[in-house]
Design a protein around this ligand. Structure first.
Ligand code: ATP
Length: 478
């Protein structure tokens, strides 16, 4: 399915969804810009998540913490010491690989050759070594299986080294006392350090949640697969604070809730699955990923973790500030337990586009002939443009009527006006960006104040009065 994936990437660029960053300078690896339609699609997904979390749950509030944080935050969170990926360099090609990706790719080859048992064994060994952080053992494993560099074809490797994924920069000018700080690799810590501020000012009672959407940065070694793995990306995270002992119930609740949310984006249930973690972090007592069947296979979109009181306890330790909550119901103080839901916004965009993208054969005006149309079958509430208003011709007052329709609808939802090209071509362009409705203003409109409305998915058309357009679209996008 690499072809389908390549087609999707090309489509995103051609139709103004996603461009390589600074493309005129040949781009920047694993960094992307969202164009006019991509930005709107992304915003619609973001708004949907925000509403779902903070409006439809009475005990969840949203915050917006800064990207820069006090450097001690990352010592407390464990990122300075543990946010590492083991990597290895090939001495001939000078290419750097993440050890797990190198081994996983090799295991995939084994599977292709029919050696499934061997692949399983290799992955199992790798996971053990990763868990023990046994770098020498990983190198031995690579040698034992004679895993070579896909570029040079040689097995001339350096030692396995740890590579911290955090980007650092200087706070303050170089002449002054500059402090090294990090660009946050996740948004969650902004929530943990504000736990007491929010709880006290909001007079929140446990259980309650804090939600946040924001940028995160990771210096990913192997950056590939388009917006699936980026160096600058966005996360939508929610930390749910609960009484110790109740966390597994809440974990089950959120697991279910989050699966429902993904389906509310128009993703069919049979393309989503849970993947339980084989290796739990030492502080977690349950962890699961929600995976989607991307064109390149099932991959993680969201992680749900029961993190015990690890994060708050660590911040209490490092800051010397009490992170406790007094629970009036049981008359006791404790550090709350946390269930976290963490979804990548860009990965969600990629999932939604991958699911929506379709190429299909459709009949043409010429008898017996067909044509291929590319359509994004986006859920109407996510589509960047909801309604395109198209005058049949550029004269005889039709553009004026069309403009009037558009101005009436604009306050309610995003509209698009276009008068160039044949109607057929204009429909196709709207299909390609996922616009669920097009209305065409023609000569009959002047007589009876009706237009032709055309539905993206069925391509069916019918006549409706101008005054019915706005409500019809509004209903469909709710
Ligand atoms: P992966 O194993 O794919 O690197 P992860 O387990 O490190 O991901 P988490 O730290 O749990 O990811 O982050 C939560 C979510 O953030 C992920 O499910 C994913 O959707 C998103 N995410 C993480 N890293 C990236 C990235 N480099 N680019 C885009 N999204 C990302």
């Amino acid at each position: 399915n690499t072809k389908r994936f390549q087609d999707i990437i090309a489509h995103c660029k051609e139709y103004g969804f996603i461009f390589p960053s600074s493309e005129i300078y040949d781009g920047l690896s694993a960094v992307y810009d969202y164009g006019q339609f991509g930005a709107q699609l992304k915003k619609n997904i973001k708004d949907h998540w925000w509403r779902w979390m903070t409006q439809l749950h009475e005990n969840i509030v949203g915050i917006d913490a800064a990207i820069f944080m006090h450097p001690t935050t990352w010592k407390a969170s464990g990122h300075v010491d543990n946010f590492n990926d083991p990597m290895i360099d090939n001495k001939d090609s000078k290419k750097r690989y993440r050890v797990d990706t190198l081994i996983e790719d090799f295991a995939e080859q084994l599977v292709d050759e029919g050696k499934e048992a061997e692949a399983q064994q290799l992955l199992q060994q790798m996971n053990e070594l990763l868990k023990l952080n046994d770098l020498a053992g990983l190198k031995k494993l690579i040698e034992q299986y004679k895993i070579c560099c896909p570029v040079s074809g040689t097995c001339n490797w350096t030692e396995v080294r740890q590579f911290n994924l955090m980007f650092s920069t200087q706070l303050g000018s170089v002449n002054e006392e500059a402090t090294e700080i990090y660009l946050r690799p996740e948004t969650a810590q902004g929530i943990f350090v504000n736990f007491l501020n929010v709880q006290k000012t909001g007079r929140l009672k446990i259980p309650f949640g804090i939600a946040q959407i924001g940028k995160a940065f990771r210096n990913e070694i192997v950056a590939r697969q388009f917006i699936f793995r980026m160096r600058e990306f966005e996360q939508m995270e929610m930390q749910f604070f609960c009484r110790p002992g109740t966390e597994l119930e809440w974990y089950a609740y959120w697991k279910e809730q989050r699966m429902q949310w993904h389906q509310s984006l128009g993703i069919p249930a049979d393309k989503l699955r849970y993947h339980d973690h084989e290796k739990l972090a030492h502080y977690a007592n349950a962890a699961v990923d929600i995976e989607y069947a991307f064109p390149m296979g099932y991959k993680e979109v969201e992680g749900i973790h029961s993190r015990t009181d690890y994060d708050l306890r660590r911040h209490q330790e490092f800051s010397g500030k009490k992170m406790q909550y007094f629970d009036p119901e049981i008359n006791k103080s404790y550090i709350p337990y946390v269930v976290e839901t963490s979804v990548g916004l860009d990965r969600t965009v990629l999932m939604v586009i991958s699911e929506a993208y379709a190429e299909e054969e459709v009949p043409t005006a010429q008898e017996g002939k067909t044509d291929t149309r590319t359509v994004l079958r986006l859920a109407p509430h996510l589509a960047p443009i909801k309604l395109a208003v198209l005058p049949l011709v550029k004269k005889d007052g039709l553009p004026d009527i069309a403009r009037k329709i558009m101005h009436d609808c604009m306050p309610a939802f995003h509209c698009f006006y276009e008068e160039k090209d044949t109607i057929g071509r204009r429909y196709r362009r709207q299909d390609a960006i996922g616009t669920p409705f097009c209305v065409t203003v023609d000569y009959q409109t002047k007589e009876d104040e009706t237009v032709t409305i055309r539905y993206r998915d069925t391509m069916q058309q019918e006549r409706i009065p101008i005054r019915a357009i706005r409500d019809k679209v509004r209903q469909a996008i709710q």
